[in-house]
Design a protein around this ligand. Structure first.
Ligand SMILES: N[C@@H](CCC(=O)N[C@@H](CS)C(=O)NCC(=O)O)C(=O)O
Length: 217
């Protein structure tokens, strides 16, 4: 059985998949796709694999899967232990909703391609671009903090084991730290992220632990 992950060290959606792979204890080949100025995600070879020109892409025994949410659910269905989704249907839906709020409403508005377009075609000055970024970050994290406040106080977002919500939360929190987004208003989120970051699987998946890591990139 072979697993190959096409991603980049500074790739929030790829970071999610790395956490899932590490939590499941799965070995994989790391293929670096430099999404910086090199723009390798738009090379002909990579577009054959992922026509969206986005990372990550997972190749499992020659079968290609794109989109981090689909990849993580696929891994969870192929490799059952430990499960990344709660067993209870309601909690499962809540965990998926939490992850989806990050993937679809927050990250999608703030990812690197969006920034490039705002700075380039839209000629938006950096201050305005950061204002855009901070607006969606605040709106998103405020809602997630409120969601967590309705849950029992557990070590992770939904229960006592790390799962899909934590997998999506940690990379997004890291993005916001990188862009100096004020995070003091989200004590529950901050505590969960701090706890996750003490765990080996989260450490192994962190950008600085990847083979293509470059400081200050
Ligand atoms: N919804 C996608 C998002 C993927 C995505 O936005 N990847 C970014 C990096 S985090 C990317 O490839 N950016 C390159 C580009 O936009 O050209 C997923 O979850 O996999």
């Amino acid at each position: 059985m072979t697993l190959r992950l096409h991603n980049f060290f500074r790739n929030s959606a790829g970071h999610r998949v790395r956490i899932a792979l590490a939590l499941k204890g799965l070995d994989y080949e790391y293929v670096s796709v430099n999404i910086g100025p090199a723009g390798e995600q738009n090379s002909e070879a990579y577009l054959q694999l992922n026509p969206q020109g986005l990372v990550p892409t997972l190749v499992h025994d020659g079968r290609t899967i794109t989109q981090s949410s689909a990849i993580i659910e696929y891994l969870d269905e192929c490799f059952l232990e430990p499960p990344l989704l709660p067993a209870d249907p309601l909690m499962r839906a809540q965990a998926r909703a939490f992850a989806s709020a990050i993937a679809a409403e927050m990250h999608a508005l703030n990812n690197s391609g969006v920034h490039r377009y705002l700075a380039g075609a839209m000629a938006l000055e950096e201050k305005k671009r950061l204002q855009w970024y901070a607006h969606w970050a605040k709106r998103g994290f405020t809602a997630l903090e409120q969601t967590l406040a309705t849950q029992p106080a557990t070590s992770f977002c939904f229960g006592e084991k790390p799962g899909i919500a934590d997998i999506f939360l940690v990379p997004q929190h890291l993005n916001y730290r990188r862009f100096d987004i004020p995070l003091d208003d989200y004590p529950r989120i901050n505590a969960i992220v701090a706890h996750c970051e003490t765990l080996d699987a989260f450490k192994a998946a962190a950008p600085e632990a990847q083979p293509d890591y470059v400081e200050g990139f």
